[in-house]
Design a protein around this ligand. Structure first.
Ligand code: ADP
Length: 208
């Protein structure tokens, strides 16, 4: 089973991807995490990527498609989190999937309004080692419960950059919802609810 999650920034894609992967034994591919890993390796490509991510723009399709291509060659059963993110990526991804005899089974659109998503970023912290995302309201301290290192704020999780990320999403990513609707693959879930309720609704889609 292969699943794509589409959502505006800070809608909970990462959290829901982890929950889906655990329950259905799928592999998680987050293009955001792959890019952050490339940055932390300190390459010159990493510097270029960081500048774009820090102002909320998309990274070049060719870089993204290469990253995904490398990951999916030898395996199946994925949750794609943050990819595809524009129409060109969606079309090229279909070509890639065809070539390796794979297909997408579900595209889940996590729907949330801009203000609710924006409010979430103020309490959102991440672990630089395991990439898990936490709401600090649910923690006793600022340490990652898995890795026991201090949590930090993502450099693009500011209100100003959030506005750019949201505009980029509306311009570039939102149109692919229709692309998958026309292929009868799209399922909509209300992501403004608590994470456990959102996951419940996703299970409803996948168990159907
Ligand atoms: P969010 O969806 O909450 O903004 P992500 O980790 O998915 O978080 O993405 C963070 C940033 O990484 C994006 O703003 C963009 O710069 C870059 N990025 C992630 N996935 C893609 C992609 N498929 N295509 C282009 N850029 C991407």
């Amino acid at each position: 089973m292969n699943i794509i999650l589409i959502a505006p920034p800070a809608a909970g894609k990462g959290t829901q991807s982890e929950l889906i992967c655990d329950k259905y034994h799928l592999n998680h591919i987050s293009t955001g995490d792959l890019l952050r890993n490339a940055i932390s390796n300190g390459s010159s490509l990493g510097n270029e990527i960081k500048q774009k991510m820090d102002n909320g723009s998309l990274i070049d399709d060719e870089i993204i498609l290469n990253l995904v291509n490398e990951k999916i060659l030898d395996e199946d059963n994925f949750v794609f989190d943050g990819f595809p993110r524009n129409l060109n990526q969606a079309i090229k991804f279909d070509e890639l999937l065809n070539k390796c005899n794979k297909k997408i089974d579900y595209v889940i659109y996590l729907k949330i309004d801009k203000e609710t998503a924006k409010m979430r970023i103020t309490s959102r912290y991440v672990c630089s080692k395991c990439n898990n995302v936490y709401n600090i309201k649910n923690l006793d301290n600022m340490m990652c419960p898995n890795c026991h290192i201090e949590l930090s704020k993502r450099s693009d999780d500011t209100e100003e950059v959030f506005d750019n990320r949201y505009d980029t999403y509306m311009k570039e990513t939102y149109p692919i919802i229709n692309y998958y609707k026309e292929k009868n693959l799209l399922y909509e879930v209300d992501s403004s609810n608590e994470p456990s309720k959102v996951f419940n609704d996703i299970e409803g889609v996948l168990n159907d």
